[in-house]
Design a binder for this molecule. Structure first.
Ligand SMILES: C[S@@+](CC[C@H](N)C(=O)[O-])C[C@H]1O[C@@H](n2cnc3c(N)ncnc32)[C@H](O)[C@@H]1O
Length: 333
């Protein structure tokens, strides 16, 4: 079935006027669009990228205490110059946001693509074939648990950064973390039907929370043969990984190896869902490079997945060239 027949509108949804934007990588909650560009995104870049060894080696970073932004200094510079009063080194606000198109678009596209893939799974897999889901590189986010809440019984969220895992653990304990209501509204909008009430949003979040309680929150490292040691070799029915491999890998060889490592967690006949940034290799602040992504063409990704035993020829795919994002769902042969 063509996925566009599932939903009233085949394109990704636009941002609603009354929709409070949430920075999908931030653990500082939701903000109005004005502050979204600053506090939230500065934190997002810090927690997701700058505390990884990969970037730590090249930059000294910290969040400025007055919330004015994120301090980014090349590690080669004189340390005495690297402080938040040196405004030339503080990145935040619109300048920051102007160059983060792929990530913002990625958020929008994933909240379109994931519910569509969830629908397809409901239609093409029996309940017993889709009981477990693992999201590798989930960060502090619960997108997969929210979008696949009616698909699976157990959701495992995994990430490399302990701080992200802490945010997820807090969420599972019902402690205040990210406000997921705007995200849930957007997911429900993609799924069709009326604007959800507060109660409906709560029910969606509670269901997702229950699934993660039944699954778990785990450390993962895609560079290791055993990516999620706590799973003890158990394979899942659905493997999800959104915007992770291209940020975790420095070259294509590494990318292919990490993809192989990840795929060991998926059973034969199971589904793999990938979200990837395409043909982008860095985010610039306009003054200097902030961080690097592995620059991948669509065909490189398809080749890597094909080599991992995925049925790429029959994959469902959304490629938004203008937005530099691809979402794909494929079956493991
Ligand atoms: C761009 S974020 C994506 C987060 C989330 N999937 C989303 O869509 O918002 C990339 C994630 O990959 C994780 N990551 C980086 N290196 C990793 C590694 N070696 N193994 C597993 N995850 C890794 C980071 O901690 C981060 O949470």
């Amino acid at each position: 079935m063509n996925s566009s027949t599932l939903l009233p509108s085949p394109g990704p949804p636009g941002v609603l006027d009354d929709f409070q934007m949430s920075c999908r990588f931030s653990n500082l909650g939701n903000h109005s669009p004005e502050s979204f560009d600053s506090v939230s995104c500065g934190a997002c870049f810090y927690f997701i990228y700058m505390i990884l060894d990969h970037y730590k080696a090249s930059y000294i970073t910290q969040l400025c205490e007055d919330n004015s932004g994120i301090l980014v200094c090349p590690s080669t510079m004189d340390e005495s110059q690297c402080h938040c009063q040196n405004r030339a080194l503080v990145y935040n606000l619109p300048e920051f946001a102007l160059n983060s198109d792929a990530i913002e678009d990625g958020t929008r596209v994933s909240l379109f693509a994931l519910p569509v893939f969830a629908q397809l799974m409901l239609q093409t897999m029996r309940p017993s074939e889709r009981e477990t889901l693992l999201d590798i590189g989930a960060g502090p986010t619960v997108y997969s648990a929210l979008c696949f809440r009616d698909v699976s019984k157990r959701v495992h969220l995994a990430d490399y950064v302990e701080r992200n895992l802490d945010v997820l653990r807090k969420w599972v304990r019902n402690e205040e973390t990210i406000d997921w209501v705007p995200t849930i509204k957007m997911i429900k909008r993609t799924e069709g039907g009326p604007v959800p009430t507060e109660k409906v949003c709560e029910e969606v979040e509670e269901k997702a929370r229950g699934l993660v309680k039944s699954g778990g929150i785990h450390f993962a490292d895609v560079h290791q043969e055993v990516v999620v040691p706590e799973l003890d070799g158990k394979q899942v029915d659905i493997l999800v990984s959104i915007f992770t491999l291209e940020s975790a890998c420095r070259n294509y060889e590494e990318y292919c190896r990490c993809a192989q490592n990840m795929m060991r967690n998926l059973r034969s006949g199971g589904r793999f869902v990938l979200g990837s940034v395409l043909e982008d290799d860095e985010y610039n602040s306009g003054r200097q490079t902030i961080f690097h992504l592995l620059n991948l063409r669509e065909q490189m990704i398809l080749d890597a997945l094909s080599a991992c035993g995925l049925d790429v020829a029959n994959a469902k795919k959304y490629v938004l060239d203008g937005e530099g994002v691809m979402f794909l769902m494929a079956t493991k042969l």
